[in-house]
Design a protein around this ligand. Structure first.
Ligand SMILES: *Cc1c(COP(=O)(O)O)cnc(C)c1O
Length: 239
């Protein structure tokens, strides 16, 4: 085993232990929580290692980096999640590799994703990204739609050819009423998910929690955690 593989294996074991402990504490089954490893800024060789170590879900937030990486790893049994702010001019590329787009936050994006999914004969899973720090415009600083926008956008996704409404995603806000209150933020997301599932029962994915707050997300009921740093290391620079 290379040094890098041994290091990633150790980190994965630690993250696995954290998820398991959080599930035990919450009285949940380990199988209820899926680990998605966020591979942004790390090379395709790390993605290959993750796959060899049994990881099945990876996430990226920038198409420029993700597209060549996904192409290099196309033979691996991985589901690629797109978790970054998505411009409509990148949709064609993203639909080429992403099985799930977690950052759906506006009608124009839904239209573009649907058009491309139909054109290529793919089905794209969609999570609506919720901004719990949305301002009067109804939008968050880092993308996402405010809670008031969920119903309309969810309906739009559910009716769009080629798209599947899978659930909700959030990033714990750094500003606003939920700043520093990750668990409360994730509990709010769960309530919004409960509302959404009244009309869309299959939209049961709840993506929340990163390296620093995955325990709070599991406690609140998240079905998917997105972990980068704790598995692959601290990213150099911004990312
Ligand atoms: C980078 C990123 C993560 C992972 O963050 P870490 O703190 O490195 O675990 C999760 N979700 C999104 C949307 C991200 O951009």
């Amino acid at each position: 085993m290379t040094d890098r593989k041994a290091q990633i294996a150790r980190n994965l074991t630690q993250v696995e232990e954290r998820i398991t402990a959080a599930c035990v504490a919450a009285g949940r089954k380990r199988e209820e929580v899926t680990l998605i490893v966020v591979t942004k800024t790390y090379p395709a060789s790390d993605v290959r290692i993750l796959s060899e170590l049994g990881v099945r879900h990876v996430a990226e937030n920038r198409d420029q980096d993700a597209a060549p990486k996904a192409a290099e790893c196309s033979g691996l049994p991985l589901t690629w999640h797109f978790v970054g702010q998505l411009q409509t001019n990148k949709v064609r590329s993203v639909v080429g590799y992403a099985g799930i787009v977690q950052s759906v936050d506006r009608a124009r994006l839904v239209t573009a994703l649907s058009k491309e999914a139909v054109r290529t004969g793919r089905e794209v899973g969609c999570l609506i990204q919720i901004a719990l720090d949305a301002d009067e415009s109804g939008r968050g600083a880092r993308g996402g739609v405010g809670p008031d926008g969920i119903e309309e956008l969810g309906e739009l996704v559910a009716k769009a050819p080629g798209l599947r409404l899978d659930g909700l995603m959030t990033v714990a806000p750094l500003t606003g009423p939920y700043a520093g209150r990750e668990q409360a933020a994730f509990e709010r997301l769960m309530d919004l998910s409960t509302d959404l599932r009244r009309t869309h029962p299959a939209a049961n994915m709840v993506s929340a929690g990163m390296s620093s707050d995955l325990e709070q997300a599991v406690a609140a009921g998240a079905t998917h955690v997105r972990v980068g740093t704790a598995v692959l290391g601290v990213r150099p620079g911004l990312g």
